[in-house]
Ligand binder design. Structure first.
Ligand code: GTP
Length: 421
């Protein structure tokens, strides 16, 4: 780098290894960018950073075979300017407001400085100054800039594990410069010596691996979280999907068995929804579903859960609530939906009504499926009674008399687990 001697066998092989590693990471990021459109800009920046540093290291190790302008200045340009891409990639990864102007000015300034210094050996010390100062400064600034968002998204431990080495590396680089500058005994030319080429090579190896592993790991974590979210939520409304609600209901049933806590279910079905689609189009139907989901989300307590149960059908779980109270909640929701028409794209207002079946957990219910069947029957009743109304399911016959025993509880629990809905 900057004309430092890499002819020693150990240093040469180390730099070749780092170059190959960077090239491979670069190809990996480029492939990732093709596969994941949502993360493409940041991945492209990482790919460009990796491939440019690979090219820079390649030129540095081939320096004896190349003209000085290519072997020295070219290598330094390819090694230094990609660090501006690190700054860019970090901003893109966390969706931070871009600093394109500063980044462009920095890249141009560094390019002009390297060209101005040229390949002459007597400038190697100044080149080293410029390189170390810029790399240390950019790594430190990128770490500081991304610390808050990284902490927020991945937690303080991850943020410090990723940033501490980066900040330490930046401090070490700047301390080396300050130490050399302050010491009357050490000549600045030391920076270009073989002594520094080896630790710097290892430093690059560790830093590059650290950057790729940290950001690759965070990318995978993000992806895994996204997949988990998609597998449990309805894509249109953002509410829980049927499978996730199944798990929530089983948990609530287990809580009931342990603590005796009650709960109620509301099954909602938009009225004449087929006509909405037929008359106003499928997009208007989708808007109506989103509108309904938002209303439910706004109106329910934080402990209540709402899911999209099927096409135009929603299921609500109200913990700690009996059937009569749930009936009042249902009536309130019915009135609110009726009073709040959907705003269509062309400014039209589309009125909606809903029928709601309500069932509160009763002693005769031996599992979630039984309660669901009762809520479904109540919904059917509300539809049959003319729609735009709520209906409460009658309690099932109480279980045979006698003290509840462990065997019955266990039976209920097993049945609940086997429940399909
Ligand atoms: N736009 C849109 N429509 C959907 C979606 N899922 C289901 N549907 C439609 O919802 C309609 C449901 O129609 P029906 O089951 O006949 O019920 P309905 O017309 O609401 O009649 P009642 O329930 O008896 O009042 C069908 O036309 C489905 O195509 C969706 O995601 N988006």
């Amino acid at each position: 780098m900057w004309g430092a001697d890499v002819s020693d066998d150990g240093v040469y092989h180390l730099y070749v290894a780092v170059a190959l590693q960077q090239a491979l990471y670069g190809l990996g990021w480029a492939a990732g960018a093709r596969l994941l459109p949502a993360s493409r800009p940041a991945m492209r920046a990482w790919a460009a950073f990796s491939l440019c540093t690979a090219a820079g290291l390649g030129l540095a190790v081939m320096r004896p075979l190349l003209p000085p302008w290519v072997g020295v200045v070219g290598a330094n340009v390819f090694l230094l300017l990609p660090f501006v891409l690190v700054w860019r990639a970090v901003e893109l990864f966390f969706g931070l407001p871009p600093h394109r102007g500063w980044q462009g000015a920095l890249a141009l300034g560094l390019l002009a400085t390297l060209v101005y210094l040229g390949p002459a050996p007597e400038q190697s010390t100044t080149r080293a100054w410029v390189m170390l100062l810029a790399i240390g400064g950019i790594i430190g600034a990128a770490a500081l800039r991304s610390h808050g968002p990284m902490r927020h998204e991945f937690g303080p431990v991850v943020a410090w594990v990723v940033h501490l080495p980066g900040l330490l590396a930046a401090l070490v680089l700047l301390a080396v410069l300050a130490g050399v500058a302050a010491s009357p005994h050490r000549h600045l030319q030391d920076l270009a010596s073989l002594d520094l080429a080896l630790p710097l090579g290892y430093g690059m190896l560790l830093a590059c691996n650290g950057i790729h592993l940290a950001y690759g790991g965070m990318q995978l974590t993000r992806l895994a979280r996204r997949l988990l979210h998609l597998s449990r939520h309805d894509g249109l409304t953002g509410l829980l999907n049927r499978r996730a609600m199944h798990d929530v209901l089983q948990d609530e049933w287990q809580r009931h068995l342990r603590l005796g806590s009650g709960f109620a279910l509301l099954m909602l079905d938009l009225d004449h929804f087929k006509q909405v689609n037929d008359r106003w189009g499928h997009h208007a139907g989708d808007l109506a579903l989103v509108h309904t989901a938002r209303l439910l989300d706004r109106q329910l307590r934080p402990t209540d859960r709402a899911s999209r149960h099927g096409g135009e059908e929603f299921l609500l779980l109200l913990p700690g609530v009996d059937g009569l109270t749930a009936l009042q909640v249902a009536e309130r929701l019915r009135q609110q939906l009726q009073a709040d028409p959907v705003a269509l794209d062309d400014g039209m207002r589309l009125g909606l009504t809903v029928s709601i079946g309500v069932a509160g957990l009763a002693p005769g219910d031996d599992g979630v499926a039984a309660l669901l069947r009762r809520a479904d029957a109540a919904l059917y009743q509300a539809k049959a009674d003319g729609r735009n109304q709520v209906s409460l399911a009658p309690d099932p016959p109480p279980p045979p008399q006698g003290p509840p025993n462990r065997q019955r509880l266990a039976q209920g629990s097993r049945r609940a687990r086997a429940d399909e809905f």
